[in-house]
Design a binder for this molecule. Structure first.
Ligand code: HEC
Length: 291
């Protein structure tokens, strides 16, 4: 009975594989939109089991977000005080409670948020405080699309974890704009980007076997050399700005990464010590026994 079931399972699996194979082979014969280009693999400080965010880089990244991206992209899951949390861009050991961090307060105070006047009930504007979330640049999705030629700038709170390639992908989008190859029709307000997922088949009048990689994106290239001035004297190239803001977005999406890595290392050390101990006691217990 079990054997029968098993052989049935094996058979259907084999059929499935054969079918997929046939489909894949069939698909290969038709012209198919190629995948977007593979993003460059960047060596981030936070990669690897012992990786950590580079605080200076996070500070520069916040500045790029604040001065450029925040004009279109919200980060609605982030509160100002998070910027001063342990591992965050403006953490200072003197202010374990980030709500007290004067720098974080001053960053919040640059923004205005809606509030309700407790006496009249009217909607009023007031300067943001540390506990507020970062306000969105647009009132709602329709307004965001209307200002961006119909495209919606996605919220960036967790973008670095929501996209395959994470910070590598974001960096690639920002640095990857190219002139469209001859034969590709790009509508006004749209830009060719080989790293942006899309299907250019219908916009391509060239050789059907060589449809360009990537897609057209509704975001005007946001960065250029020297656009943001870094307070720490780092040279402000397009590439540097793109790396720093990508690292910042990775931090926003996974603020506990430093702790997670530290915990991982502690667990490994603990396990190593434990194995040593177990081995020693094993030797001791079996010392006088012949194997
Ligand atoms: C003028 C408005 C504007 C600015 C400024 C801007 N963006 Fe965008 N961004 C957009 C729009 C609109 C889209 C959606 C494009 C689309 O769907 O075709 C977008 C899309 C993106 C995407 C692709 C998202 C995805 O869905 O995969 C990334 C990554 C991105 N932006 C990063 C940034 C970063 C980082 C900055 C700051 C350096 C920035 N953007 C500044 C308008 C903007």
């Amino acid at each position: 009975m079990t054997l029968k079931l098993l052989s049935k399972a094996v058979f259907s699996k084999a059929m499935g594989l054969a079918l997929t194979g046939a489909l894949l082979a069939g698909g290969g014969a038709m012209a198919q939109a190629p995948h977007p280009e593979e993003p460059e693999n960047i060596q981030w400080s936070f990669e690897g089991p012992l990786g950590k965010f580079d605080q200076a880089q996070l500070q520069r990244g916040y500045k790029v977000y604040r001065e450029v991206c925040a004009a279109c992209h919200s980060m609605s899951l982030l509160s100002f005080r998070n910027l001063g949390d342990k591992g965050g861009p403006f953490y200072a050991p003197r202010y374990p409670n980030s709500n007290d961090n004067p720098y974080v307060k001053s960053l919040a105070a640059e923004y205005e948020v809606d509030d309700i006047d407790s006496e009249t009930g009217d909607v009023i504007k007031r300067p943001a405080i540390s506990a507020d979330r970062l306000p969105s640049p647009f009132k709602n999705e329709a307004a965001a699309r209307a200002s961006n030629g119909g495209s919606l700038p996605p919220d960036m709170s967790v973008l670095a974890k929501a996209r395959e390639g994470g910070p590598d992908y974001i960096h690639a989008i920002l640095t990857g704009y190219r002139d469209p190859p001859a034969g590709l029709k790009v509508d006004p307000g749209k830009f060719y980007n080989p790293y942006f997922p899309g299907d250019l088949t219908s916009a391509w009048s060239g050789d059907p076997a060589h449809i360009p990689h990537g897609g057209v994106i509704g975001m005007i290239p946001p960065l250029r050399d020297g656009l943001v001035t870094f307070d720490d004297g780092t040279k402000s190239t397009l590439d540097q700005q793109a790396k720093d803001v990508s690292a910042f977005l990775m931090w926003a999406a996974e603020p506990k990464l430093n702790e997670r890595h530290q915990m991982g290392a502690a667990v490994m050390i603990y396990l190593l010590l434990l194995s040593g101990l177990l081995y020693a006691s094993y030797r001791k217990v079996w010392k006088n026994e012949s194997h």
